[in-house]
Write a protein that binds this ligand. Structure first.
Ligand code: PEP
Ligand code: MG
Length: 756
């Protein structure tokens, strides 16, 4: 590669000196545009800044009429400058005025200039402004000149982002960087959180822009790319990903990107132009993001996030940073903003500093959401674009009730939310008053409200929420937060603490539900599964690994010595599985009794109804168990063939559809017929409208996250269950091709003054 000893390097050196000098912001900008014009032998150099109101304002110029500074304005998309900002792409024109987008601004006096080169000023994929050079003669700017101007634009982005821009802004005008924006998305866990952004996969901000010695930087880059490639080859050769399947394509694409000569060339070019290796990565990443961010094709967007990930890995290599640093130095009121994240990753953050979670993807039943719910953290999901718009430390409000995120909120919005938080506290007080009241419907039907749990942090909620017991204890959560398999004693200790905290209240432990999307980093199945949700998971896995199962059963049996032990099996598909599990349990009971352990007074075994095949084995199933519990999250997923973690289809079908409600009715009727208690412990139990519907269908026991017990109880007190039952039976008996009964049920609630 040709070393550019003149041009960009000299310019960057000058810019560095200007940045170091103590200058008034406007003076600094004026000098910068002067230097650029001189260096590029341009008659005009102008710098436009994108304001919060979508207007590009001329901030500095040499060559155009100086009186036009802060007066000349273009809207986003208007004229050449507006087009560059809107598309985030450079325009290189020999004859600017013949371009269809050209807009003439008489105050600038630019009619004298023919050739035009404009580049977007980008930072972390966001357009902050536009930098332009112009010449009288009709000439085409060379590629290295375009590259040089883009590099210079990076420096301007840094100046804006670090504060000069804000001080430059005229009173009352905010720059785009500080623009307030709101995202209407999905409210996945109620609650309101006010705090500051913590990007889960933080884009590393590069401060060290200018290189002293480009050869040394190239060497650093080569070394880092070398290590990156090795780590990716290593990732690809791991046994667990070696099998054929779609995941291979994804990983091969990574390898392809990492070996892409074009990428390397662009990086080297940026270094030759005077940037450090990390600044070069940031520049090329910004360019790519800006070009691709408008594209909606999901395949391309996936590739974009692969590319982002790769660039971030390279940055980390170069800067010797690991992803954990941010979690460790967490702000006190953190709102985690992520594209998506695993449940275990959320648990890496200290709870006391978390105020909320915002996800670009994810669905209401993703495990990260369930864990957040267990921890009482407000969650908003499917907030499209939030990751690229948010910066670490931006003020942010998560409104999980309404499913809204306010990024960099205006002060009146902030004040309104502070009021909302106070209001919620008052309402919580109301729920607390309801806590010790019986949960009875208006027409005298008792409904048992249980809570779901899985961690020690959940236990205080049992008392606080007024739940009659724990209807679902997800034992896999202990496994998910551990770094190795929890030992038998650790398991027993947890179960004992749970039972002690529960006192006389019943607890239903679900045996290990791992596999699917509940991945244990330290336990891998023999091959990668293409459809893990329908794969080797839950009861299938524990029956195949009896050692694992026995350890858990023994821990449960020992911990329940002297009292009733309730266990239920996840993902049962056929009755034979229940029988096999019962045999193992009986053997364990026998074994323990030989060693004089105190055994539970009674062992009750239940099955979760999550796989549709059970719907046609109701009689046989109910004969084989002591109780059943509907896992409506999975049952809905498998019945409707709708991946519960896929945001693309999260709202496509409704759990209040006639089909799903008929299935639920069938389960209730079977349970009555066979005199086998039934409960429902999926997320729908905690949504007042859905809980109301469940009571209407005949459920008299439901289990939900602790925070939702208050609202459900408030709903119950106003519900005439038999009236709703008549309405529902009528709807489900008739020919009904409705997408959902939601509107009808909402109207019922409204007409009958039922608080939802
Ligand atoms: C369910 O599937 O409804 C359920 C309660 O289990 P989980 O959400 O843990 O899969
Ligand atoms: Mg389930």
């Amino acid at each position: 590669m040709r070393e550019l000893t003149t041009g960009p390097r000299v310019l960057l050196k000058r810019l560095r000196e200007l940045m170091a000098e103590a200058l008034e912001p406007q003076v600094r900008l004026d000098r910068i545009v002067n230097e650029i014009a001189k260096n590029m032998v341009a008659e005009v150099c102008s710098f436009y800044v994108l304001r919060t109101d979508g207007v590009l304002e001329l901030y500095a110029t040499v060559g155009l009429n100086p009186q036009a500074v802060h007066l000349a304005q273009l809207r986003l998309g208007q004229g050449l400058v507006g087009t560059i900002a809107a598309t985030a792409r450079a325009l290189n024109l020999t004859d600017a005025q013949s371009h269809p987008a050209f807009a003439y601004l008489p105050e600038t006096g630019e009619e004298a200039y023919n050739s035009f080169l404009g580049v977007p000023v980008l930072r972390a994929g966001r357009t902050l402004g536009v930098l332009v050079v112009q010449n009288r003669t009709k000439r085409a700017y060379r590629d290295d000149e375009v590259e040089a101007l883009e590099t210079t634009a990076m420096v301007l982005a840094e100046i804006i982002a670090t504060g000069d821009g804000t001080r430059l802004a005229r009173a009352g005008i905010e720059l785009d960087l500080g623009r307030s924006m709101s995202f209407t998305a999905g409210g996945y866990n109620d609650g309101v959180g006010l705090g500051h952004v913590v990007l889960h996969e933080p884009r590393i901000v590069v401060n060290n822009l200018f290189n002293e010695d480009s050869e040394a930087e190239i060497k650093r880059l080569e070394d880092a790319i070398g290590s990156l490639r090795l780590s990716i080859d290593d990732m690809l050769s791991r046994r667990e990903v070696a099998a054929e399947g779609e995941h291979r394509e994804v990983l091969e694409a990574y390898r392809m990107f990492a070996h892409d000569r074009g990428w390397e060339r662009r990086l080297e070019e940026a270094i030759h132009n005077g940037l450090t290796a990390e600044a070069a990565v940031e520049k090329v990443q910004s360019d790519t993001r800006a070009r691709m961010v408008h594209l909606t094709d999901p395949y391309i967007r996936e590739r974009l996030s692969d590319f982002d990930d790769l660039a971030n890995r390279l940055l980390r290599q170069l800067m010797g940073r690991d992803a954990k640093t941010v979690a460790e130095s967490l702000v006190k009121d953190a709102i985690i903003v992520a594209r998506s994240m695993g449940a275990a990753e959320l648990l890496d953050y200290p709870r006391e500093r978390l105020r909320g979670v915002v996800l670009e993807d994810g669905a209401a039943t993703s495990h990260v959401v369930i864990v957040a719910r267990a921890m009482g953290i407000p969650v908003v999901g499917q907030a499209k674009g939030v990751v690229s718009m948010a910066e670490n430390n931006d003020a942010i409000i998560v409104d999980g009730d309404a499913g809204i995120v306010h990024l960099r909120p205006q002060s009146d919005v902030e004040a309104a939310y502070a009021e909302k938080v106070r209001f919620r506290a008052r309402r919580q007080k109301l729920y607390q008053e309801l806590r010790d009241k019986p949960s009875v419907t208006l027409d005298g039907e008792n409904v048992a409200l249980f809570m779901n749990g899985g961690l020690l942090v959940d236990l205080p909620q049992l008392e606080a929420s007024g739940a009659v017991g724990i209807g679902l204890f997800r034992t896999e959560l202990q496994f998910m937060i551990a770094s190795t398999f929890p030992k038998a004693e650790q398991q027993e200790k947890l179960y004992r603490s749970v039972l002690e905290a529960a006192g006389d209240k019943p607890v239903t432990f679900r045996t290990l539900d791992i596999g699917g999307d509940k991945v244990l980093p330290y336990f891998r199945s023999t091959g990668q599964e293409e459809n893990p949700a329908m794969g080797w998971r839950a009861i299938r896995l524990t029956l195949d690994r009896p050692g694992l199962f026995r350890t858990q059963l023994r821990a449960l049996l020992k911990a329940s010595g002297g009292r009733e032990l309730r266990m239920m099996l996840p993902m049962v598909t056929e009755v034979a599985e229940v029988k096999a599990a019962r045999e193992i349990i009986d053997r364990e009971v026998n074994h323990l009794s030989k060693f004089d352990y105190q055994l539970p007074s009674k062992v009750k075994l239940g099955a979760m109804i999550e796989v549709p095949s059970l719907l046609w084995q109701m009689g046989e199933l109910m004969d084989a168990v002591d109780f059943v519990s509907v896992g409506s999250n999975d049952l809905f997923q498998f019945l409707m063939a709708v991946d519960r973690g896929n945001s693309l289809i999260a709202d496509r079908f409704d759990q209040l559809s006639p089909a799903f409600l008929r299935v639920l009715r069938h389960i209730v009727e079977s349970s009555l017929r066979h005199d086998t208690p039934v409960t429902l412990c999926g997320e729908m139990a905690g949504r007042p409208l859905m809980a109301m519907t469940l009571i209407g269908l005949g459920f008299r026991s439901i289990s939900m996250s602790a925070a939702t017990i208050g609202p459900v109880k408030a709903m119950l007190g106003a519900l005439d269950a038999s009236k709703l039952n008549k309405l529902l039976q009528g709807e489900l008996d008739k020919h009904n091709d409705a997408h959902s009964l939601r509107e009808l049920l909402l109207k019922f609630a409204q007409d009958n003054d039922i608080p939802l």
